[in-house]
Design a protein. Structure first.
Length: 298
């Protein structure tokens, strides 16, 4: 058996080591949640038994929570950290052990296209998980998302292609509309030869295997995801945006969400996956006269 792909033989020792690390990092107030492993439950999972079969993370969650509570450390547990948007199956035997739930998404696809699973399906999965989390006053996050559906691996440019960036943006907008509490893009910086080009910043030449002298925005990903995050202030409230029209052959192609920042600034995010222009009007109610600034990625 490959020991790299192995759950700990002793979950108590594992919990002791992990909590010791968290104790060492306790001055970092930005650490709010902790996931004990990456993407369990799969054939490639790191959390496997001696026969190479995925096993439950619940015993380890229980051991880690016990040690966290005994030391009164602030970070809370989040689980299951599984990919690729598995459906919620009640009951969850770790419900009482976690304060948040999280999943990963890589193979979602535009509703009008084939392959992977549709964004409409992703939306339904996210709805179920957020409903379950919020019913217990807990959070739900998509802690990794990106696009493998158009190609990936090696130094493939597809994870940061225009289609990938647009699809990723649409997943965020639709996820926010059903209550997802946060998204974490995989990933902001890598060399571009780790399962493909995922980075928002170009720092490495994968052909010569050397660090670049100058760092620069990576095509598509930086401008799409950077634009989306730049105007979504922390602790913003989400407001409903109603859309009339915007469909082709009964498939919706326009999606939108709105943010109201703590300072009262409004951001409206609109995603058009139809690859054609639309004409339309924005109707605001119960708002004073606004000065609007438009930013477009295409």
């Amino acid at each position: 058996s490959d020991i790299i792909h192995s759950a700990p033989a002793d979950v108590d020792l594992f919990a002791s080591g992990l909590v010791e690390l968290l104790s060492h990092l306790s001055n970092y107030s930005c650490i709010k949640y902790v996931s004990i492993t990456n993407e369990p439950g799969q054939s490639f999972s790191w959390w496997q038994d001696q026969n190479g079969k995925p096993i439950s993370i619940t015993p380890a969650l229980r051991a880690v929570k016990s040690r966290l509570d005994s030391l009164n450390l602030k970070p809370k547990l989040s689980a299951p950290d599984e990919t690729d948007l598995p459906q919620l199956k009640i009951p969850l035997d770790y419900d009482s052990l976690v304060d948040a739930y999280d999943l990963h998404s890589y193979f979602s696809q535009f509703d009008y296209a084939s392959g992977g699973y549709s964004l409409k399906y992703a939306e339904s999965v996210l709805t179920n998980w957020t409903t379950h989390a919020h019913s217990q006053n807990k959070s739900f996050f998509v802690t990794e998302f990106g696009s493998m559906i158009f190609g990936w691996g090696g130094s493939s440019p597809e994870p940061s292609s225009f289609n990938s960036s647009l699809k990723d943006s649409e997943l965020v907008v639709r996820g926010i509309n059903v209550g997802v509490d946060g998204f974490s893009k995989w990933n902001f910086i890598n060399r571009g030869n780790l399962d493909g080009q995922w980075q928002l910043l170009s720092t490495w030449n994968p052909e010569t295997n050397q660090l670049l002298n100058d760092f620069s925005p990576h095509p598509n990903e930086y401008f799409a995801l950077g634009l989306l995050t730049r105007f979504t202030a922390k602790d913003s409230r989400i407001f409903k945006v109603e859309i009339s029209g915007g469909s082709i052959s009964r498939t919706q192609r326009i999606f939108a969400t709105g943010f109201l920042s703590p300072k009262g600034q409004i951001t409206l995010v609109v995603v058009n996956d139809a690859f054609e222009d639309w004409s339309g009007v924005f109707l605001w109610s119960d708002l004073p006269n606004l000065v609007l600034y438009g930013y477009r990625f295409d």
